[in-house]
Design a protein. Sequence first.
Lengths: 319, 608, 254
Amino acid sequence: MILVVAEQRGGTLNRASWEALACAQQMGGEVSVLVVGAGVDAVARELSAADVRDVVVVNHTALADYTADGYTAAVTDVLSRITPDVVLFPHTYQARDFAPKVAARLNRVAITDVVAVKRDGDRVVFVRPVFQGKLLADVVSEGDAPCIVTVQAGAFQAAAVRRGASAAPIRQLDVQIDEAAIRQKPEPPFQESRQAVDLTQAERIVSVGRGIKEQANIAIAQQLADAMHAELAASRPICDAGWLPMDRQVGSSGQTVAPKLYVALGISGAIQHLVGMKGSQTIVAINNDRDAPIFEVADYGIVEDLFEMVPALTAALKS
Amino acid sequence: MDTLVLWLLVLVFAGAFVAQVAARVRLIAIAPNTFEITHPATRVARVLVEVFGQRTTIRERPIAGVAHAFVFWGFIAFAPYTASEFLAGLGIVDVTDSGWFAAYRILLTPCAMAVLLGILFLLVRRTIIRPAGLGTNVSIESVVIALFITTLMATFLLTWWIDESTTAGRINWWVHVSVILGFLALIPGSKHLHLVFSPITWFLKSPTLGNLPNLDFEKEEVGLETVKDLGSKAVLDAFTCVECGRCQVNCPAWGAGKTLNPKTIILQTEEALLAGTRDRALVDLYSAQALWQCTTCGACENQCPVGVEHLPILIGARRGAVSNGHAPDYLGAMYNNLERRSNIWGLSYGEREKFVETAGLETFDPAKHDVLIWLGCAGAFDADYQKSMRSLFEILRAREVRFGVLSKERCTGDAARRTGNEYVYQELATANIETLTAAGPKTIVTSCPHCVKTIGDDYRTFGYRVEIVHSSVYIAGMLNELQPDETAPASTVTYHDPCYLGRYGGTVDEPRALLARMNAQVNDPVRSRDNPSCCGAGGGLLFADKEEEPGTRISDMRLTELQKTGASTVVTACPFCSIMLKGAQASRQADVHVVDLMTFVNGRVRKL
Amino acid sequence: MHIAVCVKQVPTRDWQPRLNDSGTWIRDEDASFEMNEPDAYALEAALRLKEQHGGDVTVCSAGPARVTQVLREALARGADRALHVQDDRFASADVYGIADALAAAIRDEPFDLVLTGLQSDDLGAAATGVVIAERLNRPHATIVMDVQVDGGTLRVKRELESGWFQWVSMPLPAVVTIQSGINQLRYATLKGIMAAKKKEIRTVTPAAAIDARQQIARLYAPEKGKKTHLISGSPAEAAKELVRRLREEARVIA
């Protein structure tokens, strides 16, 4: 049996949980889902739509806010009563914080950041990136069940989760938690103040370069940024010209940024700019010069007049 | 009676001279010995050209230089005359009545006129014209000296009209002799000490620009931390400085309105040495801001007429600061890039491999290849500069030059060395020398003048000798095989000499020959050839995040100079210059096209 | 305050993978090594805490003899002493083996705080710090952006996902894993390198057998490297295709 430990925060399900579920279903065999928290019945109902044996719910006031100690205690208590072969977590920041602890408490070690699961005879082989993604490793667990595994975000498709013909049964489970033994005291989560522009914290950035030609044209980039929920940034010439303030400049004489998405509009890609954004996870370049160096670092490139392309992109995002 | 008085005066004034000089010589003697006398022939030749020929003095400022040369040569002409007068006056031997002395006096007369002309012009220049390099205040001492010299010449010329035996004649003689004695006493405490020291300073100046001692870590050498760490040559330099300000007006940082003034650095050194504050931290003495504004372009040293070396002091003090963890933040980040990624930008080595693969480069093998191409950081990682590298490869391939690259290449360490991180520099140098020795190239070609300097000069001090040439030199070597494409339109360009190519390397004709060969007319900018003004990138300033503060950007200043030639195309031959000038062009949206030499040549050469 | 920093020595980031004959681990002799970058940030955080609160920093590593290189480097950057749990088998040991050995080695030392990087550049399990905390029965926090110490209480800023953060307090002694990039790393100074030569590196052998809980059956190169996908078509088509790819492939927009 495979137990998927779903993740929720404040009663909202983390969509990475579906990906872990997809992985579990793909592995075959019975799948059970566990959700822990305080007042998470609605989350359990959401999960019960999946084709699983059951959804186990643990509600406890001590689990209202995530703590490593509290969640470790809850999950290990559950694992002492239901005995899965494999426990799957999504490889989220929360799972990274306590899944290894659960494993250690059971005298095991978590196989983390798994991107694929294979079978080799009767052995389950977990594939995970090692050496900065330069290599992949086929990993097998040594020792007794359960095997604790975390699944990389995006490695499995949430959309691939099989739905059940009817809602899966939801089972409440009571756990014993010594609240006094929870040593972490969390404060409410917060986002960094949005008063000042802090490009270094931005998740998405739309950045304009000289290809924008005139200050008035910055508006089309702003519209794209709004549609993408992105911050607007620029290369040095734009800020030197005063078209955007200096705190929006990316590059060696400005900010060093590492967003998930960096969209470079009309930026040629001088090295002084590239060093400021090379850490971006995904880079999109739109430039009418196919030879622009920016295409060397881009994941997605469109060789097109940006005045045609940007409004089209804004429209596509809105539709 | 006269004889006795003169004896007394000579003893007093000569004593004052000797005592003051001795105090300075003692400071030189107790300083760590940095005197080097390698290449003695070169050094002697340079003393002749620079001291007796007044080359640099005249080159930089022809009018004032010639005026100075008149005074200097006049002094030499007068030396036997003065000696004879004193010997006679002291009653030792009198040759002034001889026939040849009379002839000598006749010959001296035009010399005296020349000196007079020269010194009066210099006096007017200093008190009325007042160029910026001489500072904001008129030096009283210089005026006194000028008047002394005027008096000396006037009293000499008067001897044609006044008989020496008359009272007026005796007064004239005494005025002449007293001025000489006064001069003697004034020399050591003033910039006129250069009269004594500059031939020695020139002799001891390193034959190569930017020559730095390697630090010996085993001996716990960490660079210059306090005044007492300044080497003997630096101390000699401080006492030799003639305060002419040639270094100042040629300094790009000073020109851009920054804090650094190379002349101030030398004067601050002199002041601290004389004040005896031997434990004063150099970073406080010079100010950290000034210390980190030097691009190491070398203009100061190159234009100094008395052989002062600013770079060993500035870089030495940077070493002291860096060794104690006091580098600016942007350099700390760059050092980590070099330590962890072996390139200045901290980019992944995979980027270089991607380029090596897409450009179809082979791993160097001495049996298969004629030359080794050293990519350098820009060649390996800057997608823009890689266009220039691809142009170079095309030119070479079309002429069947067989070349390869190293499978593993690190930054030469130039940026670490010039900014004072000797540890990282030596780590990189050692590793590169090991790789290069194993690869065994006879000739290395690179497009980076900084790599030429570092591998060619600096690695040599570790015993690694190889012929390394800049790509412009290598390609110019096959000039006859390069025919311009007739369809390429005639073009007027300006060429920006990179400091490390023109000033350090003396490579000024080859790039121009290539441009001319490609039917380009070259308009030289205001500063060019072996005295270009810097693009602002050298000495680690490529990484300065606030390069423009205070003052303007050095790169903007240079682009303006280049634009003034009226040429629509700026050609340069260094990746750093290319980055800086393209940055300045983009930021100002300037109506000028900046292109690297190899790209320009390859774009206009007839394809084979 | 006594701080321990657990660091790992890993192949340099520009190392090109070469495998051993059985294809289960890398050829150690071909690689050059450096300090795991996330651990360098942990060390920097420790040095800053020491500058703020006084005390000392001990750098600890479990690994073969070559590990002294990174310990020496840590000493040069300002750590006061080093502890080396030496065994050749640590070169390819799993989290379980390394964390156990480190926990055993520091168990009896009076450390108020144990810091380490979020994950290693080799195995990348992101688990060692958490397992050490469990073994030592100390509270922990991971993916930490800021560390504050006030008396016996530790307050750390944790990074959550999607731009959210959270302050968490816990009693000392505790274990914290540091997110990369939270501070500006200092560089190794000559003065520091010279001083490091006089500092102590204590070498111990692992207290117990090195157990493994997982085994690498095979190592191999992934299929593709990073490539630029050029999207063509009319602006409208290209826009649609780009949005699709950003949503489904890169998953960077909602």
